[in-house]
Design a protein. Structure first.
Length: 166
């Protein structure tokens, strides 16, 4: 087991250290600045993205608050519109109720006037019939013997029985 990789000699170690030093020097001179710059750029991009995310998060929070405020205002306006519509409906119903009451009162009053008119007409017709009947009785009494009271009373009773008072 005399493998030079497992138990290296002093020369191999020396050359390995020189190769490593050259590699480290090249990396430090040209590689590390580029790597560090890209790491810093990446760190800055991540930081900017986080800051932008925070700004967007704050804006979204503000938008959400604004949306909730607008929604609350819309609900208030909707409730006010519904309340106004209900009030308007009640006012319209009340107006129609009043108009209907006035119309009913007018109809009742017209019916009363019509009833009174018909009543007066019936009374007038009845008076006319009574007057005509009286005239007819008087004519018949005059035609018959006016001096005979018995005979006159018989005629009057007879005419009253025959008279149609409707």
């Amino acid at each position: 087991m005399n493998n030079p990789l497992v138990s290296p000699g002093l020369g191999v170690i020396f050359w390995m250290l020189i190769s490593f030093g050259i590699l480290a020097f090249i990396l430090m001179k040209w590689g590390w600045p580029i790597i560090l710059k890209s790491l810093k750029d990446r760190e800055k991009a991540i930081s900017d993205s986080l800051n932008a995310a925070e700004v967007v998060k704050a804006q979204m929070s503000q938008l959400k608050a604004d949306n909730e405020k607008l929604l609350a205002e819309a609900k208030i306006q909707r409730d006010e519109i519904l309340r106004n519509a209900r009030l308007a409906g009640e006012q319209i119903k009340e107006e129609y109720r009043q108009k209907a009451t006035l119309e009913a009162d007018r109809i009742v009053e017209a019916a009363r006037e019509n009833i009174n008119y018909e009543k007066l007409k019936a009374i007038h017709d009845l008076k006319n019939q009574i007057a005509n009947l009286s005239i007819e009785i008087a004519e018949k009494l005059m035609k018959n013997e006016l001096s005979d009271k018995q005979r006159a009373n018989e005629i009057i009773a007879k005419e009253l029985e025959n008279a149609d008072l409707n």
